[in-house]
Design a protein around this ligand. Structure first.
Ligand SMILES: [Cu+2]
Length: 562
């Protein structure tokens, strides 16, 4: 099955970390196998040789086809069994991997049957750029497309262009990914400029952090709507395992390392709410990538990750052979609201080869007190030119007390029945053509836009995420200083505290959803649509027949199947 493509592509990275496997290298490996009496080889070696050869073939393939069956499964990542909505029956979902320059074709088969959760679905390839002519494949429900009905399929075709790095995928419908439909998406660059900084970069170095609820998202959302209190998670999971107060001793996830090697950990916060702080006992971490953009290496002891954010951090296994805690304490609402919550029980084990199969002997802590990453200290590996803004938008967030309603400039986003894109293609192009609650901000062509989030007194920061493209971080909330010299680019930025300013260009026309990655807040209306250059969209976008069929099929469904 095609998802196994991904795994083989990953394994290829295990076998040859120094560079791309070429056909010549494969031939060499095979000839080595022939020279040595192959009967002494284990079948495992045969298997891995086959995989190396197989994945080399994939690498040269222009199209990388992946199939995901979205199903209901009984799972217990924290020891409490519940029904879930997951990719291929597992949590987290299988790794989707690709190589830079490929076209990803992701077929989603909606096989959901459990009536206690949403039955339709939609796939978001989080952080992937979409070019204008392909904007209809950006699956944001009711902005770019309609969801996929039960018992039907849709294939998203996405040229990856020059992007490489750490991304993820998740359900984009309502808060459905709370129920489990989340997983990693990694684009490998055989010519990664940071290649020399690490030895290992494969499936074993993907680290997925996630908040987890033992109840399903529909009753949780109903509770939020009734009280205005965002559901507080039961558990924090690292690579699909974690523990809660009073729960069973679920085995910790193990990240295996070999002394003397350097590992590119690709850490993804796949949360719907929680902020995780990552550290490893006795080890520093060197950040080399943020949200799919390479940075200058920056060594820290720990870093915070907001929902939707990703970092690549190099772990140098240069300590004595032993077991070490990977600490991932989290915050996300008052722990008093959920007695299960124990943020100390959100962790994994870094196990050196040769260490006992046992928990680390060190105490479980929240990690070092100092040495935290300051986002404003990150520098891009290759700075992008900084233009002066042509237009500045001030976005002010306000919550309606006691309700699940968030406003941006006094408007709470409500999805329309007909996607924004469809209405643009039907002739809409100016602010008056859209309902106020759609929160469409019409932007001129080829303009540089500043979005300014003023300082707030809220405790919680909101991770704002832009679809289809990323932005320069002119002012991080971690610093009072504006950086117009060498700002990093990323696609998810914390907004709150001392204020945040981002800058992007509208040279990529389209309706681009811009929302809080605390999915409860997104569902409560903390979202806008950045509609860049709609007139160009009208002539440049020609959706497929399959896309056109999505809305009629979805709208014909009875509510319980939507
Ligand atoms: Cu938020």
């Amino acid at each position: 099955m095609s998802v196994e493509f991904s795994y083989t592509a990953n394994l290829q990275w295990t076998s040859t970390t120094e560079s791309t496997p070429t056909i010549a290298r494969i031939a060499h490996l095979l000839s080595v196998a022939q020279r040595i009496n192959v009967r002494f080889f284990t079948s495992a070696l045969f298997f891995s040789l086959f995989k190396v050869a197989f994945s080399a073939a994939i690498e040269t393939r222009a199209v990388n086809a992946v199939t995901i069956d979205v199903v209901n499964a009984q799972l217990a990542p924290d020891g409490f069994e519940r029904s879930t909505v997951v990719a291929n029956g597992q949590f987290p979902g299988p790794a989707i991997t690709a190589f830079k320059g490929q076209t990803l074709e992701v077929t989603v088969n909606n096989k959901l049957t459990d009536a206690s959760m949403r039955r339709s679905t939609a796939l978001n390839l989080d952080g992937i750029f979409f070019h204008t002519d392909n904007v209809y494949e950006e699956a944001e429900p009711f902005v770019n497309a309609c969801p996929i009905a039960p018992e039907s399929s849709y294939t998203y075709t996405v040229p990856l262009g020059s992007q490489a790095g750490t991304f993820w995928y998740h359900s984009e419908l309502s808060v459905q990914y709370v129920d489990g439909f989340r997983g990693p998406l990694i684009i490998y660059d055989p010519e990664d400029p940071h290649n020399s900084l690490y030895d290992v970069d494969d499936k074993s170095t993907i680290v997925e952090l996630a908040d987890w609820w033992q109840n399903s998202s529909l009753p949780l959302m109903a509770g939020y709507e009734a009280t205005g209190i965002v559901p507080v998670s039961d558990t924090g999971l690292v690579n699909g395992a974690g523990r809660f107060n009073g729960g069973p001793e679920v085995p910790w996830s193990i990240i295996n390392v070999v002394q003397g090697k350097r590992y590119r950990l690709r850490i993804i916060n796949e949360s719907a709410r929680n902020v995780f702080t990552v550290s490893i006992d006795n080890h520093n971490l060197t950040i080399i990538e943020a949200d799919g953009e390479l940075t200058e290496p920056l060594t820290v002891q720990k870093f915070e990750m907001f929902a939707g954010q990703r970092y690549s951090a190099v772990l140098n296994a240069d300590q004595p052979v032993d077991n070490y805690w990977f600490n991932a304490p989290f915050v996300g609402g008052s722990p008093a609201r959920n007695p299960h919550q124990n943020t100390t029980l959100s962790r994994a084990i870094i196990r050196y080869a040769g260490a006992p199969i046992a928990d680390p002997t060190a105490l479980m802590t929240s990690g070092p007190a100092d040495g935290a990453l300051i986002e404003a200290d990150l520098r891009p590996l290759v700075p992008t030119p900084v233009s002066e803004p042509d237009m500045t938008l001030n976005l002010d967030f306000e919550v309606v007390a006691g309700k699940a309603i968030w406003n941006i400039n006094n408007v709470s986003f409500l999805p329309e029945k007909v996607p924004t894109l469809e209405r643009v293609l039907g002739g809409a192009f100016q602010p008056g053509d859209f309902n106020a609650t759609e929160n469409v901000i019409v932007l001129p062509a080829n303009a540089t836009i500043d979005v300014v989030f003023p300082p707030t007194e809220d405790d919680d920061a909101h991770p704002l995420h832009l679809h289809g493209m990323n932005f320069q971080v002119i002012k991080s909330m971690s610093s009072p200083v504006n950086n117009t010299v060498n700002p990093i680019r990323r696609d998810t930025i914390a907004v709150g505290g001392s204020g945040t300013t981002i800058r992007f260009s509208t040279n990529n026309p389209g309706p681009w959803f811009f929302h809080c990655h605390i999915y409860w807040h997104k569902q409560a209306g903390l979202a806008t649509v950045m509609l860049a250059d709609p007139v160009t969209v009208q002539t440049a976008v020609h959706p497929s027949k399959a896309w056109e069929a999505l809305c009629p099929a979805y709208n014909a469904l009875p509510e319980e199947l939507q």
